[in-house]
Write a protein that binds this ligand. Structure first.
Ligand code: DCP
Ligand code: MG
Ligand code: MN
Length: 335
């Protein structure tokens, strides 16, 4: 027999002791002193037993074994396994991280940190005392935000914004972007570009500030996740429309200078994979493409985002033409 825990003869309760030891190691690693102590005591007690301890009722009578541990002992005897152990050992880690990263302001770093601290469910997150306001709001409306938005309802949200901005300035061009422009039947959020010929960045930010005042006043805009500062060219927020059941939806409003309109339209139409292939194509042909324009490649490549002189930014059609590819209609820009 080997020297590992599995083969160690621990008497009639070897399996239970083995699995509880794995739990003990986990709680030790987490620095959970209270549980570490509880598991140590229980294991010591079980090692002294000369008969199998099969049920919770038997276990709870022994010194140093509480009712929760007693339940686990019974579970191990019945199933040969312990669900909580799989949980702590990271079965389904990917799914948990994906769940957590859907909270606004939770990226890989936070998700992994929380995971290592034992967070597995949204209810676990809800118990945390260190949530930011964005995280809290995102959590409060998690189910709404997680749901795809039927296309017709996106139209309602978009039209509300378009109508409100036209009250402020009828020359603003408002376009629904992203999956909506690709004619998808449902969308993850509402993406809107606002632009205007001959308007400065400053002009656009002033209009956005007025627009948000109106939309919040109406009760349509619900929350700002980011970008309400005076000079921000975007608003990341939430809106709710009565014709959409007043569900909270994620909305991105992007301000785009007219000169960048074509490149921004390509970028914010997506999808993201199509964008990547367009950027690669541009590179192959000696250009650089980003959301601001099509540029010549830089002479010396100092940084990753470096670009040479602007070739074209305003005209979506012309960017495709310059790259020597037919202008694909948005609904075909899916890779
Ligand atoms: N985009 C991108 N790369 C990213 C994120 C976004 O190229 N990492 C571009 C392409 C997207 C557009 O921005 O189509 C809008 O981003 P969304 O995240 O809103 O994505 P979609 O609107 O395409 O899909 P969804 O229906 O999930 O919102
Ligand atoms: Mg979108
Ligand atoms: Mn978006």
């Amino acid at each position: 027999a080997g020297e590992d825990n599995i083969a160690k003869p621990d008497g009639p309760n070897a399996l239970v002791i083995n699995i509880l030891s794995l739990m003990l190691h986990h709680y030790e690693a987490e620095g959970d002193q209270w549980r570490t102590l509880a598991y140590r005591k229980a294991i010591a007690t079980l090692k002294k037993q000369t008969v199998p301890v099969r049920t919770a009722a038997q276990a709870v009578k022994l010194p140093g074994i509480g009712s929760r541990l007693a339940d686990k002992i019974e579970e191990i005897n019945k199933t040969g396994d312990l669900k909580r152990l799989k949980y702590t050992q990271g079965e389904g880690k990917f799914e948990v991280l994906e769940l957590l990263k859907r909270i606004y302001g939770v990226g890989n770093k936070t998700a992994n940190k929380w995971y290592s601290e034992g967070i597995r469910t949204l209810d676990d997150v809800r118990e945390r005392k260190d949530l930011t306001a964005n995280q809290q709001t995102s959590l409060d409306h998690y189910e709404d935000f997680a749901e795809r938005i039927p296309r017709d309802n996106v139209t309602k949200h978009f039209e509300r914004v378009r109508d409100a901005v036209h009250e402020i300035d009828p020359e603003i061009e408002a376009t629904a972007m992203g999956s909506y422009r690709r004619l998808q039947p449902d969308c993850g959020d509402i993406d809107i570009i606002l632009t205007k010929r001959n308007a400065s960045r400053h002009d656009l930010t002033v209009t956005l500030a007025k627009l948000l005042d109106v939309l919040f006043e109406q009760g349509f805009a619900k929350y700002t996740f980011g970008g309400i500062e005076a000079n921000s060219m975007r608003w990341l927020g939430a809106s709710a429309h009565p014709d959409d059941g007043n569900k909270w939806r994620r909305m991105d409003i992007l301000l785009v200078p007219w000169e960048e309109r074509g490149a921004a339209f390509i970028y914010y139409t997506g999808n993201d994979i199509f964008n990547r292939s367009m950027r690669l194509l541009a590179q192959k042909k000696g250009y650089r493409l980003n959301e601001k324009g099509l540029f010549l490649a830089p002479h010396d490549r100092k940084s990753a985002g470096a670009v040479g002189p602007l070739v074209c930014g305003e005209d979506e059609e012309k960017i495709f033409e310059t790259l020597g590819v037919p202008n694909r209609p948005p609904h075909k820009r899916i890779i």
